[in-house]
Design a protein around this ligand. Structure first.
Ligand code: HEM
Length: 704
């Protein structure tokens, strides 16, 4: 059996090429200097804007410098694991090949740096928040007491923890499957920090948080990916040419997507903080312009790569890529430093007056009670789920068009179901429903039902996996595995099999209602935009996992007979109904403090609104389940038709041997002879017996 390869002649695991390593260390030092220097120059820092005492230069300058180091180490870690998981091919055995192995080992070093810098960010953040020199807070008791109460400090602790797990994983991972899992974990690294920074408070903090999250992820993938490709190009292994041939074109495509995402989310985020008119007249605005200029230059370098270095590097000559890539990395890391300084600079205070209570708590205002017109027309686009709905619809239509162009049929019903699911996702998160959901329990429950039931049912009826497997080009015998192979591996992975087991999907689908609303989770989540987004994501995924094996048309890891699927649906109905009744019958409103804090004039009593929400949950639950029953019956009858057609085709080819055997058996019965002739014993012609006892055994069962 093939084993992981250690570079021939060396006992030690492969280390990053010295040149590339030096370049990244130099760039990180520049970024730390830029972040610390600009923060010191601007003098302003969020804490002092709040009238807090000065924590001293070491903290004021040290914090942004260490933050820049942490964010760069995070990006390098993510990039190295990305290379192993998706940029270079693994061995056919499923083990990582040399380049992948080197990637995860590089990731383990970078993750060590990330963990150290993130851990250092914890006392620095506490010191900055308290306005005390960092030396004063280096007390275990004090930190244990304060860190859980300071979101940003908690976020950095979590980031440090993730870094440690990634570091350990990257030291042990040898298989491709696990490297994909490791990438998923590493990509979680930037999340806590991005959603708890100063974007998470103040006006439009919902848009600011979502845009910063996407922005940081795009920067992490782009910067980390380029570093990984340059490290690969500077390595001297025999595998370099084949690895580069796969990695460079793929990264080039990813870089283009990240560039666009960075520009879009950066501008959106900047506009939540500084109006266009103030861009040229505020320190914050000038830093934003600096970043925009950097992005333009990086775009030009990217285009030059596409024109000249990608082809040469894929053909085995990475010199041009190394030269241009080196300059690009230095500019990118300096821009990361600039970004951190930007995050430490107070935006200009342009507010006409003090923000309303709703604006402070939600990030935006509500103009009045949620009439039908407001729910339908008062849109507030959700950058995460709204964008996802549009991207999913466009990708699906591109896939269907590719099939049509090839002359392959694709059922319109599936396309309509998918587009219906995308539209429902868009409406639930970006129309007036999405605007009012964080403020009113009833609207929130409506959103929950759409995200947890209607959207998943429609999406799985769209058969996206089947479409993707038919539309995506196969890698071919010698090609590096691509999106099609990754999808197949994912669908057939042990994790997918486990996640679609009814003993997992049912408790996840119905149990999470009770776990979320009747524990302290929901009230704790209400004030946090990121927690609201996490709830929406949970409803969606729990619904997809529940309905995929039940009404999904795609090949799922677990195929249950229609009767069992129907059974699972009926088991969920009473739990769902009881949940609605429990909400309606409650004596106290869940999340009362939050709803009273909002003090919406049209919600005088949150309990009344909750009862409405309970009624919605009880009633609306039945509709999707009805859809499921109809879909199941349609699939059941179609399956019947298919097996009947198959039986007919077989009868046509073998002269209906089965019926002949059946009649022969009846004749033997009539003659009192044994059911199966001695000469047929063990010949497989035994399937007559079932027919004898009672005709067909129900859909889905092929005669054995
Ligand atoms: C059009 C170009 C860009 C614009 C308008 C832009 C704008 C922004 C804004 C407004 C923030 C939030 C700062 C805050 O918290 O107040 C930000 C954060 C960030 N940007 Fe950009 N950006 C751009 C390009 C880039 C590029 C090219 C990179 C990386 C190569 C980058 C990396 C980052 C990072 C890492 C953060 C998070 C910083 C932190 O909070 O620590 N951005 N950007």
């Amino acid at each position: 059996m093939a084993q992981p390869i250690v570079e021939s002649g060396t006992a030690r695991p492969a280390r990053p090429a010295a040149g590339a390593l030096g370049l990244v260390l130099l760039g990180t030092a520049v970024a730390a200097l830029v972040a610390g220097g600009l923060t010191a120059l601007s003098g302003a820092r969020p804490a002092s804007a709040l009238g807090l005492p000065d924590p001293g230069t070491l903290t004021a300058v040290g914090l942004p410098a260490v933050r820049a180091v942490a964010e760069i180490a995070m990006a390098v870690t993510v990039g190295a694991v990305l290379l192993a998981a998706f940029l270079v091919p693994p061995q056919r055995s499923g083990y990582l090949d040399v380049a992948g192995y080197r990637g995860v080992r590089t990731a383990s070093w970078a993750a060590a740096g990330w963990a150290a810098a993130a851990a250092l960010m914890v006392p620095l953040t506490v010191a900055d928040t308290l306005g005390r020199p960092v030396g004063d807070v280096l007390d275990a008791g004090l930190l244990v007491d304060l860190v859980p109460r300071l979101q940003v400090a908690t976020a950095w602790s979590l980031s440090a923890l993730i870094a440690l797990v990634v570091m350990a994983g990257a030291r042990t991972v040898l298989s491709w499957g696990w490297s994909v899992g490791l990438l998923g974990l590493a990509l979680l690294g930037p999340v806590p920090v991005a959603v708890t920074g100063h974007s998470a408070s103040g006006g439009a903090h919902d848009v600011a948080t979502d845009s910063l999250l996407l922005h940081t992820l795009a920067a992490t993938l782009w910067v980390g990916g380029l570093v990984a490709v340059v490290v690969l190009a500077s390595s001297r292994g025999a595998d370099r040419t084949t690895a580069l041939a796969a990695a460079v074109p793929r990264f080039s495509l990813l870089a283009l997507v990240c560039w666009c995402a960075l520009a879009f989310t950066g501008v959106v985020n900047a506009l939540t903080r500084v109006p266009i008119g103030e861009v040229f007249s505020s320190g914050y605005g000038l830093l934003v312009l600096g970043k925009a200029a950097a992005l333009v230059v990086l775009g030009v370098l990217g285009a030059a790569h596409r024109r000249s270095t990608v082809g040469a590097a894929s053909a085995g000559d990475p010199r041009a890529l190394l030269r241009l890539g080196g300059v690009e990395i230095l500019l990118m890391l300096a821009t990361m430093g600039l970004a951190v300084a930007l995050g430490r600079t107070a935006p200009p205070d342009t507010a006409a007056g003090p923000p309303s209570r709703t604006e402070v708590l939600l990030g935006y205002d509500l103009t009045g009670p949620p009439t039908f017109a407001r729910l339908a027309l008062d849109w507030r686009f959700d950058l995460l789920f709204g964008s996802a709905a549009i991207v999913l619809a466009v990708l699906y239509l591109l896939g269907a068009r590719r099939l049509r162009r090839r002359g392959d049929a694709w059922r319109t019903g599936r396309t309509l179901a998918w587009l219906g699911g995308c539209l429902a996702l868009l409406l639930a998160t970006s129309s007036g429903i999405g605007r009012y959901a964080p403020a009113m329990f009833s609207v929130h429950m409506g959103e929950h039902m759409i995200l947890g039931m209607l959207v998943p049912i429609l999406l799985v009826l769209g058969a996206p996996v089947t479409l993707a497997l038919r539309a995506l080009p196969p890698a071919g015998r010698d090609g590096p595995p691509g999106p099609r192979e990754w999808l197949l591996a994912g669908v057939h992975s042990p994790l997918a099999r486990w996640m679609t087991h009814p003993l997992v999907t049912l408790p996840l689908f119905v149990g999470s209602y009770y776990a979320l609303y009747f524990s302290g989770l929901f009230p704790a989540a209400l004030p946090e935009h990121w927690a609201h987004q996490l709830m929406s994501l949970h409803f969606l995924l729990a619904g997809l996992l529940f309905f995929w094996p039940i009404v999904g048309i795609d090949p799922s890891p677990r195929r249950l007979p229609p009767a069992a699927r129907l059974g699972i649906v009926f088991i969920s109905v009473p739990f769902h109904a009881f949940f609605g009744v429990a909400l309606m019958g409650a004596n106290a409103a869940v999340g009362e403090q939050w709803y009273r804090g909002l003090a919406l004039p049209w919600v005088p009593d949150p309990l009344v609104d909750q009862k409405l929400g309970g009624g919605l949950a009880w009633a609306s639950g039945e509709l999707p389940l009805l859809l499921v029953v109809i879909a199941l019956l349609v699939q059941w009858s179609r399956q019947d038709e298919r097996s009947a057609r198959r039986a007919d085709r077989r009868a046509d080819t073998d002269g209906d041997a089965e019926l002949t055997a059946y009649n022969a058996m009846l004749r033997r019965l009539a003659d009192g002879q044994p059911l199966v002739a001695e000469s047929d014993r063990g010949s497989g012609h035994t399937n007559v017996s079932s027919k004898a006892v009672g005709g067909s055994r129900g859909p889905g069962h092929e005669p054995d």
